[in-house]
Write a protein that binds this ligand. Sequence first.
Ligand SMILES: Nc1ncnc2c1ncn2[C@@H]1O[C@H](COP(=O)(O)OP(=O)(O)OP(=O)(O)O)[C@@H](O)[C@H]1O
Ligand SMILES: [Mg+2]
Length: 277
Amino acid sequence: MAVTGELRLQAVSRTFHVAGAPLPVLAGIDLAVPPGAFITIVGASGCGKSTLLRLIAGLDTGFDGAATLDGQAVAGPGLERGLVFQEPRLFPWLTVAQNIGLGLLNADLPKAERKRVVQEHIALVGLSGFQDAWPHQLSGGMAQRAAIARGLVNRPRVLLLDEPFGALDALTRARLQEELQRIWAAEGITMLLVTHDVEEAVYLGDRIIVMAPRPGRIAASFDVHLPRPRDRSDPALGEVRDAVMAALQMATPAEAAQPATIPSHHAALAPVFLPAI
Ligand SMILES: Nc1ncnc2c1ncn2[C@@H]1O[C@H](COP(=O)(O)OP(=O)(O)OP(=O)(O)O)[C@@H](O)[C@H]1O
Ligand SMILES: [Mg+2]
């Protein structure tokens, strides 16, 4: 099989401008993700995790440095890179099935086959019976599950997941973690998953990346070689979790938990930075 899903970031930096002042959000990110790896990313709110996923997705090309997938420079969005946003972002004028089917529009599939694939993914995320529902008729967690199905349906080479399980109850969350691992193992999709849940990061990741804020950079990374399926109560996982938590605390200075200093006439727009834990 051809090597696919190898992601490389070299000296990636991104600076925004807020109220006329430069805001360095990412600085000097170097990352080599082998094909088919499961990478999880943790870091304080506002440290640039979503920014990083967006630029890998090709939605933000205003960065410095190099980002490549299988040797091809990332220059814009592409079907080989799927993104599940932090918010579900379903199109309100399309049903659940139509939203999920969107990713398949470019695929050369007969209509009946397309319908089958969409139904399969609706069942996968536990939304059977809601295929004809409109987004406003879904709960937040259901909408997020529809968005996960939409990200998966096209079987991208890399799937970028931005806190995909944040809005889910504990049981659904655990079930979807299992499903995601099953699909990952079966399809060999490279996964980059951002989460605020250190347990989740350690349970799912081959490698856990800890980011430090202002500007966002990689502070530490931990390789987890434990076999799968993993036992959530395995003491070895607990040790990694404690190490990741300690690195996260070290990487997140107290002031990162405070609102950023911005001019008073923009006070209403002040971003609120929460502590990581
Ligand atoms: N388009 C933009 N213009 C200006 N600043 C931006 C823009 N997008 C993001 N930022 C800033 O970049 C920083 C990182 O934002 P980002 O959304 O990547 O954080 P995050 O790590 O995903 O946080 P969270 O955990 O809260 O989702 C923040 O300070 C944010 O205000
Ligand atoms: Mg984010």
